[in-house]
Design a protein around this ligand. Sequence first.
Ligand code: ZN
Length: 507
Amino acid sequence: MLARRSFLLMVLAAAPLAAAGRPKLVVVLTVDQVRYDYLERFAKEYRGGIARLLKEGAVFTNAHFEHAPTATAVGHAVIFTGAFPASSGIVGNEWYDRASKRQVTSVSDDSVTLLGAPGTSAASPHRLLAPTVGDVLKRAGKSRVISISLKDRAAILPGGRSADAAYWYDAKTGNVVSSSYYMRSLPAWVEEFNARRLVDRFAGRDWTPLSDGAPLVRLPPGGPEYFDRLTASPFGNELLAELAQAAVRAEKLGRGPATDLLSVSFSSNDYVGHRWGPDSPHVRDMMLRTDLLLGEFLQFLESEIGRENLLVVFTSDHGVSPIPEELPAGQGGRILGKALLEAIEKRLAERFGAGPWVVGHAGPAPYLDHERAAQRKIPLVELRREAAEALRQVRGVARVYTVEDLASGRGGDEIDRRVRNGYHAERSPDLFPVAERFWVFGSERASHGSPYVYDAHVPVIFLGPGIRAGRYDRRVAVNDVAPTLAALLGLRAPEASAGEPLREVVR
Ligand SMILES: [Zn+2]
């Protein structure tokens, strides 16, 4: 009996995460604009990091975002806080700020300065109202939290307000930059990274697919156009992976007294997807190259930190819709911002007198002029009702929610719920239009933002010691990632999280 009990104790002690200590480093790999079906579509061709994640990881095949709009800033906030826009305050990539009467981005901040490149557009996490897993880690002890991406929002939001640093890419100079929010000046290793001009290596390069010889893209020979175009090529991800390696080495991540967190958000997949669409050879090649790049990066991390000390999460911030012009006739379409704007202005002018009535927007969703309405003693409820009616007449618009619908609504279908989860009382627009399935808002060739499955269904994979490998087909929310990570680290979930720890991976 005694022998049996001590055997049991030994087994328990050997259960890696339960007893043998916490990982030294958590790495969250977010690949921007990866639809879940990309994992299955190219499954036979993966042989690098994605192949490993699929084989050795806990793979959630049915993980969905439960909010709209499905955009980069919102998705990253959900992944790391578990909170919906309703409480994180991140309602879009950009929106209209009624207090300052202008468009703002999810991270724009005039009170800080950009480090590493000349520029006025500085950024910080000051608009993020919910704590991240990184914030919870920082509160608990001596963890370091570092977050990088090509995009400012995808670097800043994952770390949260107490992150040690966020680094992103300045498309005017090709430099890695940060914000005075985090530090007074860039650390020596980032200065050195910029001084080496690794970015110039890809100038004039052909992007040739792995599978055959015809080049997909030739990059410009240099200058601002090159720095910008680099982002829409696999070389943007390669540059970012080098930055991530430099960060791990210079900051000695995973070698400290507490668990460190590194967030790497690979942006180039999104730029490529917008430009050429999900069914292009470009996106296929991007995924195959992402697979190889992640394989190398995982190997690097394991050689630096040790496999037993590393916990990896792989996910995405949103999916993407097919290019409407490439669909069979009658199956989809495009709604330009101009059509929405004109419909509202015309109707409100007829009904309430001359405008302009629209003062700002969050994607396709308009903010109406409340001051003009007050001057003319028009109740906002009426103003919104008329504007919503105007939008409903626009071809391709399926539904229009007003603030009143969202603030008081309950129940409803999946789309109702997702739009409501995206609503924030102070920050949201007056109206939220939803397009018909496969109709997209705006002029970008391929786009995302809808509550439909192609924008909402993304990969979620955990890999590391103590993670039970397998395929889990149960329906889960991406909000579950943050509380799961917290549980794996023995911490409480971030306070505003609406998710649940995924019990399949948390023993
Ligand atoms: Zn995008």
